[in-house]
Design a protein around this ligand. Structure first.
Ligand code: 5RP
Length: 229
């Protein structure tokens, strides 16, 4: 089975958990896009939901699929968020932000009673950190912020690579108008301690460590979808 088919299977499994009346957080990325398409098909069959998209990209797709949308201002408490991940460890801690949407994704997941992660099995790891950790920072004071982040990673001698727009000389800019530093850590033995140290750095808006947010993951492998709780 191709990875895209696995992502679709995981997404379809999550759509089966959606019931009429739910207020949904709608994730970002290629796996989440399968969810949006499958949800759109159910909405056209009569399923009544309302969703908060986690990125402008997801908003555009959800609108095209005819999914009614709202905001966290109008609807501050959600029932369920379904989103992809870049890495999932056995405790359901995640690295997210490969698509640069982790700030809105984390706000939306935290506003939800439950978060379900959807992924293909290549995302499952024993220890987080092989995937570069995205750290969203304000453009003001970038040099100083990088030095401060470098101190958090003192023994590794790195401060994160400024993410660039595909093939361009300009930095990638998030939906919130921020930059992203991708930190190639290799392994994150204590995600909780790293998360606390990063949020303490002035200029850091959010990082891609999602700890204690996901309740369940639907992971699709060559033999089908399995559930992690
Ligand atoms: C975007 C994300 C995505 O959920 C993550 O990058 C996974 O993406 P994909 O489903 O395309 O592999 O965190 O910020």
């Amino acid at each position: 089975m191709m990875s895209e088919d696995m992502k679709r299977l995981a997404a379809e499994r999550a759509v089966a958990d959606v019931t009429s009346g739910m207020k949904l957080g709608i994730g970002t990325g290629s796996t989440a896009e399968h969810f949006v398409r499958a949800l759109g098909a159910r909405v056209r069959e009569g399923l009544q939901v309302i969703g908060v998209p986690t990125s402008e990209r997801t908003r555009a797709l959800a609108e095209a699929e005819g999914i009614p949308l709202t905001t966290l201002e109008e609807t501050p408490a959600l029932d369920l968020t379904v989103d992809g991940a870049d890495e999932i460890d056995p405790a359901l801690s995640l690295i997210k932000g490969g698509g640069g949407a982790h700030l809105r994704e984390k706000i939306v997941a935290a506003a939800s009673t439950r978060m379900i992660v959807i992924a293909d099995s290549s995302k499952c790891v024993e220890t987080l950190g092989k995937f570069p950790l995205p750290i969203e920072v304000v453009p003001f004071g970038l040099g100083a912020t990088r030095i401060a982040i470098g101190k958090v990673f003192a023994d590794l001698g790195l401060s994160g690579d400024l993410r660039m727009r595909g093939g361009a000389e300009h930095p990638f800019v998030t939906d919130g108008g921020h930059y992203i530093l991708d930190a190639h850590l290799g392994a994150i033995p204590d995600p909780q301690a790293l998360a606390a140290a990063l949020v303490a750095v002035p200029g850091v808006v959010e990082h891609g460590l999602f700890i204690g947010l996901a309740a369940k993951a639907y992971v699709a492998g060559p033999d089908g979808v399995f559930e992690m709780t």
